[in-house]
Design a protein around this ligand. Structure first.
Ligand code: SF4
Length: 288
């Protein structure tokens, strides 16, 4: 991390994501190390942890939680989890629990408990003064009744909600989100763009003052990475260049991944290679 900070002094935030970060037993220790360097630490989570875990993480300096939630309804929750390859995302204890419950025809109870636990952890984190947001992906019109229930719950709890378009669903997803926002008679109050990233968002305010955010992707590519990528030409590039993803691989080395869709020497490299790469120089040029 220190080598990254030397070349990117503007680096001020680390966001844990991918898989389920709270399953990492080292998360509190890693957080404490990062906060000691003066970095702000955030995580995306499915909220499947305990109040004790939450307290430990917050004491270590993890004070910002983006809770991903697919549905409040156990039936829909189950469908989305199965469709998204739930088994792949689960760790071993959960897999055993899942297999055991499946045998007893208890999938639905499993889904109910997942939803209940996540909502309880959102309330608890909010009560403890953490920065809490709910993220929900809207794939299309078919999701809008789930989206509405999540919206009503978030509004009642006073927790900010962010609607994310489904990168794989293209305009169907974007149009469904716009349709939903129109139905709320919300007013656009702010557009935000992250410099040097494809991240952007629009903030909408409802008549009662509650605000919700539509988080989107804009067309922003790294010339040094995307120059020869066929997806740049055929329109199938989904996320563009979003940010630096650092991952510790099984070989013990840190790797930098700059693109979710294409894995090659231009987008996937060891940290040492990244520190000497034209991609880093280009990223630095946007931050000056
Ligand atoms: S898929 Fe990745 S490498 Fe290809 S254009 Fe998009 S961001 Fe660039």
């Amino acid at each position: 991390m220190e080598s990254l900070r030397r070349v990117l002094p503007e680096l001020h935030e680390i966001h844990f994501t991918g898989g389920e970060p709270t399953h990492n037993p080292e998360l509190a220790a890693i957080t404490a190390g990062l906060t000691a360097l003066g970095l702000e630490v955030k995580t995306t989570t499915n909220g499947q942890f305990t109040p004790e875990d939450l307290e430990r993480l917050m004491s270590a300096g993890l004070r910002s939680f983006n809770f991903s939630i697919h549905s409040l309804d156990p039936h829909s929750f189950l469908e989305t989890q199965t469709g998204r390859g739930m088994a792949r995302e689960m760790h071993e204890p959960e897999l055993h629990a899942w297999a055991a419950e499946e045998m007893h025809g208890s999938k639905l109870r499993w889904a109910e408990r997942q939803v209940e636990r996540e909502l309880a952890m959102i309330r608890e984190a909010h009560r403890m003064g953490a920065s809490v947001k709910l993220n929900t992906v809207v794939s299309g019109e078919r999701n809008l009744s789930d989206t509405r229930k999540i919206f009503e719950w978030s509004k009642a709890e006073g927790v900010p909600l962010r609607l994310l378009n489904d990168l794989g669903a293209g305009m169907e997803s974007v149009l469904a989100i716009r349709q939903f926002i129109r139905s709320l008679e919300a007013q656009e109050v702010l557009r935000q763009v992250t410099i040097g990233s494809s991240a952007c968002s629009t903030v909408y305010r409802l008549p009662g003052g509650y605000e919700l955010v539509f988080k989107q992707i804009r067309d922003f590519k790294l010339e040094s990475m995307c120059r020869n990528c066929p997806r740049a030409a055929d329109g199938t590039c989904q996320e563009q260049y979003y940010g630096i993803r650092l991952q510790k691989k099984r070989d013990g080395q840190f790797h930098v991944n700059l693109c979710l869709q294409e894995s090659g020497p231009q987008s996937d490299m060891t940290l040492e290679q990244f520190l000497r790469s034209p991609q880093l120089r280009e990223i630095q040029s946007y931050l000056i």
